[in-house]
Write a protein that binds this ligand. Structure first.
Ligand SMILES: [Zn+2]
Length: 261
C-alpha cells in the first residue's frame, strides 16, 4: 500500500491572499503562566501546595498554539453552506453535518492537463478524460480533476492562471451520483480575475462562480487546492479526505490522501 499526500503545506504564501497566524504559548512562557495559574487557584483556596517552573524537566512546560486560519486556506473541502443559504430547497449543510462515508471512497483521476489557464472544463472534457481512465464511474466515487496547476504552487500565478469547472460539467458528475469532486487549483471555478473580466466584458452574470452557485440547486462537495495528482494512477485507489468536526463551519481543512493498493 502506498500513501500519496494530496495536500499542500499550510503556510503564508504568495499563492494565497489569505494568511495564517499562529500564537504559540511556548515552553518557557507556558511554564511561568501555568505555575502562576496554579498558584492563584491554590491561594484562593488557602492551599499551601506549590508548583514551580523548576518542577518541569529543563524548566520547560508543554506548548499551546492558538491559530487564526481561514477555512478556505490550504487544501480544504467546501460545504454546501458556503455556496448559499439553501441547497436542494433545504437549509444548506455545514461541514459537521456531512456524511462521513462520502470522504473515503474509490477515486478516479481525470487528466485535464491540456486545459489552458482561464478555460472552462466542459462536459466533453470530463467525458473524454473518463474514457481514457477506463474507470467505470459509480455513485459516490471521488473524482479528482488533474489540471497540473499545483506546479505553480508558491508563485503568484497559482491564484490567477488556472482552468475551472463549468456548471454543466459539475452537473454531469452530480447527475451520476458523485458527491465529492476535487481539483488541484485555487478555486473550483475559474480564477476570480477571469470570471470578473468576462462578466464586465459581457454583462453575463453566469460567469460568476457558476459551479459554486450550482451547489445551491444540488448538494455536492468540492475539494480545492489538491496537490500531487501526478503521483496517482488514473484509477484503482481510494481517497480519504475527512473534514474536521467543527460546528457550523462553511469549509474544513483536510489532509487529502490517495491510498494506492
Ligand atoms: Zn473553498
Amino acid at each position: 500500500m502506498q500513501l500519496v499526500d494530496l495536500s499542500v503545506l499550510v503556510e503564508n504564501s504568495v499563492s494565497e491572499p489569505m494568511k495564517i497566524e499562529v500564537d504559540r504559548l511556548d515552553h518557557h512562557r507556558g511554564a511561568k503562566e501555568f505555575c502562576g495559574k496554579v498558584e492563584a487557584r491554590n491561594q484562593a483556596k488557602s492551599d499551601p501546595r506549590r508548583l514551580q517552573v523548576e518542577d518541569f524537566p529543563d524548566r520547560a512546560f508543554i506548548t499551546l498554539d492558538t491559530v487564526t486560519l481561514p477555512t478556505h486556506m490550504g487544501t480544504h473541502i467546501d460545504a454546501p453552506i458556503h455556496y448559499g443559504v439553501e441547497s436542494e430547497g433545504k437549509p444548506a449543510r455545514s461541514v459537521d453535518q456531512l456524511p462521513l462515508d462520502w470522504f473515503y471512497r474509490p477515486g478516479v483521476r481525470l487528466d485535464l492537463t491540456h486545459k489552458q489557464a482561464g478555460e472552462f472544463i466542459t462536459v466533453d472534457d470530463i467525458h473524454n478524460a473518463l474514457k481514457q481512465t477506463q474507470h467505470e464511474l459509480k455513485p459516490l466515487d471521488i473524482v479528482l480533476l488533474w489540471t497540473g496547476t499545483d506546479r505553480l504552487w508558491g508563485k503568484r500565478e497559482y491564484f490567477s492562471d488556472a482552468p475551472g469547472m463549468s456548471r454543466e460539467a459539475t452537473e454531469w458528475l452530480v447527475d451520476r451520483g458523485i458527491k465529492v469532486i476535487g481539483i488541484d487549483t485555487y478555486g473550483f471555478d475559474r480564477p476570480f480575475v477571469t470570471m470578473l473580466e468576462d462578466f464586465w466584458k459581457t454583462g453575463d452574470r453566469t460567469n460568476l462562480w457558476p459551479a459554486h452557485f450550482y451547489g445551491r440547486e444540488r448538494e455536492y462537495i468540492q475539494i480545492e487546492r489538491l496537490a500531487n495528482l501526478d503521483h496517482l494512477p488514473p484509477t484503482g485507489f481510494q481517497v480519504a479526505c475527512f473534514p474536521l468536526k467543527i460546528k457550523d463551519l462553511d469549509a474544513s481543512w483536510v489532509r487529502a490522501v490517495g491510498i494506492v493498493t
